[in-house]
Design a protein around this ligand. Structure first.
Ligand SMILES: C[S@@+](CC[C@H](N)C(=O)[O-])C[C@H]1O[C@@H](n2cnc3c(N)ncnc32)[C@H](O)[C@@H]1O
Length: 271
């Protein structure tokens, strides 16, 4: 009897070890361990280092839902936008619109924002990203719908892989990438952002964090050839794009080209 119970226990343990949940947790722990121990190429920059004088940044606060950005990330985003003063902004991944409202509140009063999310038909078809599949279509943009200044926001609906960048080519001053966090989508959205950003514009990514290995890996690869910054204490990373990068548009730069005069902790990050 004892032997049978022991064998059953071993069998249960073995089948648990092979379960997708267990393997997922193991892969995540392994990535977190490597993230903590490895030297990262993305340069850490403190929030005060981003600003050269006192500025006021606004964020939209309210009850949070899973999928909204954390307050420290909204603050980093608001500060970046206040500093860059972009007139044309583009967001990948609207969700409820909390980041869209933050972009709007910190950009100049006549700025325009384009924000993209999946159309209901695309959501049913999307072949990755379980969480994104479950987002309720009715919540897209609900935080800015019918609000003051919402006429400055244009909601676009399509799978970002199908987005035609031609109407936006090299005309966007600030791009926020926060759509699906799987590698295929991160690469697609970043490549399209490079096509749309104007020379000297800024691309920011959300979720530079061990919870999103594909974002970390993509940005660490990018940081091997360009200076990518992360705002300390937040999961916002960003890149100021030089003319050469927009020239190549479709890919990472093969040789190490410093995009900022001082690659390191400095206000020149956005100079
Ligand atoms: C994390 S939420 C965005 C949060 C929002 N930026 C904020 O901070 O308030 C990600 C959003 O990306 C959308 N999304 C996922 N895959 C997409 C795709 N392929 N094309 C367009 N949008 C996508 C999801 O529907 C979801 O609303």
């Amino acid at each position: 009897m004892k032997i049978r119970n022991a064998l059953r226990a071993v069998g249960i343990a073995a089948s648990n070890c092979a379960s997708p949940t267990f393997l997922g947790h193991m892969a995540h722990s392994d990535f977190t361990w490597r993230w903590r121990s490895r030297k990262r190429s993305v340069v850490q920059l403190s929030l005060p280092d981003l600003v050269s004088a006192h500025i006021t940044s606004s964020i939209l606060l309210g009850p949070q839902c899973r999928g909204d950005s954390k307050i420290e990330d909204l603050l980093a985003l608001a500060t970046l936008v206040s500093r860059v003063r972009p007139m044309r902004l583009f967001e990948f991944g609207t969700f409820r619109g909390q980041a869209t409202c933050t972009l709007l509140a910190n950009a100049p009063p006549d700025a325009r924002i384009f924000t993209l999310d999946l159309a209901p038909a695309d959501r049913k078809m999307i072949d990755a990203a379980e969480w994104d599949k479950q987002v309720s279509d009715s919540c897209i943009g609900e935080l800015f719908r019918n609000r003051e200044s919402s006429d400055r926001i244009t909601q676009l609906f399509c799978d970002s892989r199908m987005l035609d960048t031609a109407p936006f080519k090299r005309s966007i001053d600030f791009i926020f990438i926060d759509g699906c966090h799987d590698r295929e989508f991160v690469e697609n959205d970043s490549r399209k952002a490079l096509e749309m950003v104007r020379p000297g514009g800024v691309i920011a990514w959300h979720d530079y964090s061990p919870a999103f290995p594909a974002v970390v890996e993509y940005l660490e690869d990018l940081a091997a050839t360009q200076t990518v910054y992360c705002v300390e204490g937040s999961e916002i990373a960003f890149l100021k794009v030089d003319a050469a990068a927009t020239e190549r548009a479709t890919h990472l730069i093969p040789a190490k080209v410093p995009l900022f005069s001082e690659p390191g902790r400095s206000r020149s990050a956005l100079a």
